[in-house]
Design a binder for this molecule. Structure first.
Ligand code: PEP
Ligand code: MN
Length: 345
């Protein structure tokens, strides 16, 4: 029986690479031959592709599993996404796929997760299963999916963080709310956390910075999409890179020396993420107060409204009390924020 930890390289990291979609026998050979087996121990390839819209390339299906055998013969473990019982049966009974993963669009659906868990239990409950975060930032859905596997005795689990689909478009395709990955790592220290910079970034230009962030946060591995001819890829063509570029990118990343400080680093990283979020919220707040300033100017209304200010202090103090926050602290905090808003108006 193999564990995910058996696939760590000499740097202690678990690297998975391969195309978004398996397209042809030749493509698989080209990608496999380009990947460095010293650092990358697991080959990925999508056989059945869950596409947002119908009519797009939906994967080659079972023939692709025959082609992926080439990677196995070269020494890589092979992995693919499963989204129903037939996929699991095909991978575990008709072929010897080493590692299965549950995609982000599947983790959101408890019925499907249950079906997959039951079929893995039936065919081989020792299979390594990687569970991607759900597309929406709902930590309980992710936890629930893990529990469905654990409850059936499937405990050879890894987690993949691929960011979240948000209603606003940002720099990245899927917003990496790192605090959710950090919280999952805190709850499940026994399950390796693998970051998927390809689906987070959505563009090859962001792969390096996201991967470096994954190492800075001390996560366990990366899943990187790689194609021998990215421009012509049948899915996710903007975010794939040639196999040789995966090798060199991994080499260029810096693994920070973790001082043995009993989890202090993790606490600090968590605090840093929360502080960043505080600043993002302040940015939004000041954007709105500027709008208010404009509105007041147009109507000749004074900037300072004492009734409003008193109400803010009263409301915030009573909420603060339920959170266990000191009255005086809340007063000082909102005084600073309020003064800054008035200055901006
Ligand atoms: C994939 O890994 O190819 C994939 C479809 O990713 P996700 O489930 O994260 O969207
Ligand atoms: Mn993809």
């Amino acid at each position: 029986m193999k564990f995910l930890n058996d696939y760590r390289n000499s740097d202690g990291k678990i690297i998975i690479a391969g195309p978004c979609s398996v397209e042809s026998e030749e493509q698989i050979k080209n990608v496999v031959d380009g990947l460095d087996l010293n650092t990358i121990k697991i080959f990925r390839g999508g056989i059945w592709k869950p596409r947002t819209k119908p009519g797009n390339f939906e994967g080659v299906g079972e023939p692709g599993l025959h082609w992926m055998k080439y990677a196995q013969d070269k020494g890589f473990a092979i992995s693919t996404e499963v989204a129903n019982k037939q996929h699991v049966e095909n991978c575990l009974v008709n072929h010897k796929v080493d590692i299965l993963w549950v995609g982000a669009r599947t983790t959101v659906n408890p019925f499907t997760v249950q079906e997959i868990a039951e079929s893995i239990q039936e065919y081989n409950k020792d299979t390594i299963v990687l569970i991607k975060n759900p597309v929406n930032p709902d930590i309980d859905l992710w936890v629930g999916a893990i529990e469905r596997f654990e409850n059936l005795g499937i405990k050879n689990i890894g987690l993949i963080f691929r960011g979240f689909s948000m209603h606003t478009v940002d720099k990245y395709r899927n917003k990496p709310l790192w605090k959710i990955a950090i919280e999952m790592k805190r709850r499940y220290p026994q399950y390796p956390m693998i970051v998927d910079p390809s689906h987070i970034g959505g563009d090859s230009e962001y792969l390096f910075e996201i991967s470096q962030k994954a190492w800075d946060l001390n996560f366990d591995g990366l899943m990187v999409e790689s194609h021998n001819n990215p421009k012509e890829a049948l899915s996710d063509n903007a975010q794939q890179i040639e196999p040789e570029k995966v090798n060199s990118m991994i080499d260029l990343l810096t693994i920070k020396n973790k001082i043995g400080n009993g989890g202090l680093t993790e606490f600090r990283e968590h605090i840093d993420e929360l502080d960043n979020e505080l600043m993002e919220i302040l940015k939004q707040r000041f954007r709105i107060t500027k709008e208010i300033g404009k509105w007041k100017r147009e109507r000749d209304i004074p900037v300072l409204d004492l009734n409003r200010w008193n109400k803010i202090i009263q409301d915030k103090s009573s909420i603060g009390r339920t959170y266990g926050l000191d009255d005086e602290f809340i007063f000082k905090l909102f005084e600073v924020i309020h003064n800054e808003s008035i200055k901006n108006q």
